[in-house]
Write a protein that binds this ligand. Structure first.
Ligand code: GLC
Length: 749
């Protein structure tokens, strides 16, 4: 009886919630229309114009100026948004001009790249994805929103949800890896964290699903390059996280720099009008990426900025980030009849709706509050959460001789490597509001556990400026520290080496053709291995690196990514066993860069296995498989998988269960993953596709039966015409703790 009452109450509550939301939306719609009636064409176009602030340029600095130099545009109501500025003083100054000096006083919306934390840096998004912990990921976004909103930010250009199988592309650091299902689940968690339940609350901000679409498939892994793919690849691999973002209520999208099948995303009617605003019914607004409207001329798609403005607004790009294209050309395009004013009205309605939802019209200064800013920023609760997230993002790749966890009694530890003492790199890329050099370094983290170590750099990694907008200059000549490191390593009981990439060697504009350790780090590693075999290698990178040599020579390897403000504490917690590592790779780690792009979601081909010495789908000089597969990660304990069941639940769904046992001596967490293979279909399907997962905690010796339901959608796929189809037949169902190690059953539907 109580269950029935609870269910009824649940239904009543959700119906009430939906009705209240609908009522709120219709009130806002009325207020938007009333305002739109009063606006001149100049003022409408103004809402579609976004200027950069003066803090940081996150793209090529425009000759035409920015918000600071275009004050008169603010006074004339010709600016709708400003990006890259935060803090109550700067924002109050801008908001005052817009609200008190322009004719209609329409408040500005302030955008910022809140990508992995705001003042408190969380692990880079790819590292967070390795936690597979949706609750922790949502909480991290919640904290980031709280800090950003306290600094007056209303809108983050996150989450970046680009799927990519190509570690040469530096922006894999910002995403959730190679898998559409994991990417969609993480996108939803991040958006819920940023937007909360009420966009008008003073600790929530509008989120932005980016970069729409196909950016992660840039040819050659070279940033900004073109992307070519079939529509079934687009729908099955690239779009799922974007569609999930719309379903969970994301309020903005950002389009991407790349062309998709020959059309710049910014000018793509197919992407922005047909799919996003048409098929998916997206009601928010689309902002261009930095000057991507103007860049359509360089793509060879527009003759000039005026033509680019026309193409972009017709395609559904609602706001122009910093290319001055809209503010310079849209009015005369409308006057000349080249653009219908109804398109302008639609874009402005979308933008104003989000501003109303944020509560900016009720109080343009609600987010600009000195007292709250001081109270909220970088408080210890946030740092604690960042440390927890960082621990959960670490992936144990190898621990062959159980060098880990280290005992507190361990003596004579040598710590080596340029990144071990670096307080900047752990902050990663895209952390404009984080104080430079504010991360806890590995050396500082170790000091909390032991004094029985000494540190030597071995080699420098970077020798030039280390900023967001400067290329890192890598040391390739100064070997002066290697001899000392080698001499010290000879007598050490254990050597902890932290090698990898500088925090600014991944992210935007950071594509690489070589996925090894930059500079002289590999040389340093080999010199140390020559004199000491007890090495714990910590890989601090923003992307999968090629670790084949290390895997062949080093007994213990840990992927520590770039873990944010609490990096050193989190790594030390894991090294000394305070936390049992539970991370699983969100991207395949290749054996060689020649294998890239690489993913576990491969297709069978007509010659999948070696029936012959030569004539099958292989490389002559490398295995097909990755060095470490998607979903892989070890623990200080072990887990056994038994008693797998997979049976038809109804015509188009399958019930799966598995018993997982902690067969080791210490408590640990395991990500139980479920994959399928649609054996025969009207389009060939991958040999494996992730369709569900659960992260469970088990005490030593304990078991748990874990159940999954694979519904019709889980078993369906998109055809080239965008139709989502389920085709009855045989399905392989696979369960395990890695895509590379599964139990398999076949089910016929
Ligand atoms: C950059 C990035 C985008 C970012 C925007 C604003 O070029 O591509 O991800 O949000 O500009 O900084």
């Amino acid at each position: 009886m109580r269950l029935i009452i609870a269910l009824m109450l649940g239904v009543i509550f959700s119906v009430a919630h939906v009705t209240a939301f609908a009522e709120e939306q219709s009130k806002i719609a009325k207020r938007v229309d009333a305002l739109l009636q009063k606006m001149t064409l100049t003022e409408k176009v103004g809402q579609m114009n976004q200027y950069n602030g003066f803090w940081d340029a996150t793209g090529p600095v425009p000759e035409q100026g920015d918000a600071k130099t275009k004050y008169e545009h603010l006074q004339q109501g010709r600016v709708g948004s400003i990006l890259n500025v935060a803090g109550h003083e700067a924002l109050r100054e801008f908001q005052d001009v817009a609200v008190k000096q322009s004719r209609l006083g329409i408040p500005l919306i302030f955008g910022f790249d809140v990508i992995h934390g705001h003042n408190t840096a969380f692990p880079i998004p790819l590292a967070e994805a390795a936690s597979w912990d949706l609750t922790a990921i949502e909480q991290g976004a919640r904290i980031a929103a709280t800090e950003a909103a306290a600094q007056g930010v209303n809108w983050t250009f996150a989450p970046m949800v680009d799927i990519s199988r190509d570690a040469r592309w530096g922006r894999v650091a910002e995403g959730a890896g190679e898998d559409p299902y994991l990417g969609a689940e993480i996108a939803k968690a991040r958006i819920k964290g940023f937007q909360g339940d009420d966009l008008a609350a003073v600790d929530t901000i509008a989120a932005c699903a980016k970069h729409f679409a196909g950016y992660g498939y840039a040819e050659g892994g070279r940033d900004y390059n073109h992307a070519d793919m079939s529509y079934s690849t687009l729908y099955n691999e690239v779009l799922p996280p974007f569609k999930a973002a719309v379903e969970v209520g994301v309020r903005t999208f950002m389009n991407s720099f790349n062309t998709l099948n020959g059309v710049p995303a910014t000018g793509s009617i197919m992407l922005q009008r047909d799919i996003l605003k048409g098929e998916w019914g997206f009601g928010g607004f689309v902002v261009s990426d930095w000057a991507s409207i103007m860049e359509m001329t360089k793509h060879g798609y527009a003759t000039d900025d005026r033509h680019a403005s026309q193409l972009a607004v017709i395609a559904g790009s609602d706001m122009d980030m910093q290319s001055f294209a809209y503010v310079n050309h849209l009015e005369d395009l409308v006057t000349a009849g080249a653009v219908d004013e109804s398109l302008i009205d639609d874009a402005v309605r979308r933008i104003l709706t989000v501003k109303f939802e944020l509560g900016l019209f009720d109080d343009p200064y609600r987010y600009i509050n000195k007292k709250r800013e001081e109270e909220v920023l970088g408080n210890n609760t946030h740092l604690k959460a960042a440390r927890e997230m960082a621990k959960r993002s670490i992936v144990l790749l190898k621990n062959e001789t159980n060098l880990l966890p280290l005992s507190k009694k361990q003596k004579n530890i040598l710590v080596v490597g340029p990144l071990a003492n670096d307080k900047n790199s752990p902050l990663g890329t895209w952390r404009l509001a984080v104080k430079d050099d504010s991360a806890i370094s590995l050396v500082e983290g170790l000091q909390q556990h032991t004094s029985a170590f000494q540190y030597t750099q071995g080699v420098k990694l970077s020798i030039g400026k280390e900023t967001f907008a400067d290329p890192i200059v890598v040391n390739t000549t100064d070997r002066s520290g290697i001899a000392e490191a080698k001499a010290l390593a000879k007598n050490a009981e254990v050597v902890v080496m932290m090698l990898g990439e500088h925090g600014y060697q991944s992210g935007e504009g950071r594509s690489r053709t070589d996925l090894g350790f930059p500079g002289l780090q590999q040389e340093l590693l080999e010199e140390i291995v020559a004199v000491n075999k007890n090495i714990i290698l910590l890989v601090a990178s923003g992307r999968p690196l090629v670790l084949s040599w290390a895997d062949a020579h080093i007994p213990t390897i840990v992927q520590t990514w770039q873990l944010g403000s609490e990096s050193g504490h989190a790594i030390a917690d894991v090294l000394f066993g305070g936390y049992n590592p539970s991370g699983k790779l969100p991207m395949s780690f290749p054996r060689s860069v020649g294998q890239v792009p690489i993913s576990y979601r491969v297709f069978s081909t007509g010659r999948p296995e070696p029936e012959e010495k030569v004539f099958w789908s292989r490389y002559m000089d490398e295995k097909n498989s990755p060095l470490y597969p998607f979903g892989y990660g070890l623990s200080y304990t072990t887990f056994g998988y038994t008693n797998m069941q997979a049976e038809v639940r109804d015509k188009a769904s399958i019930r799966v269960s598995i018993t997982v046992k902690n067969t080791g001596k210490r408590q640990g967490e395991e990500v139980v993953q479920v994959y399928i293979r649609d054996k025969v279909a009207s389009l060939v399907r991958p040999v494996k596709e992730l369709k569900s997962f659960k992260k469970i905690l088990l005490k030593p010796g304990k078991s748990k039966e874990v159940e999954f339901i694979l519904d019709r959608d889980s078993l369906s796929f998109y055809k080239d015409d965008g139709k989502f189809v389920f085709e009855p037949g045989d399905f392989e169902v696979m369960v395990g703790g890695s895509s590379g190690s599964v139990l398999t059953k076949t089910v016929s539907l």
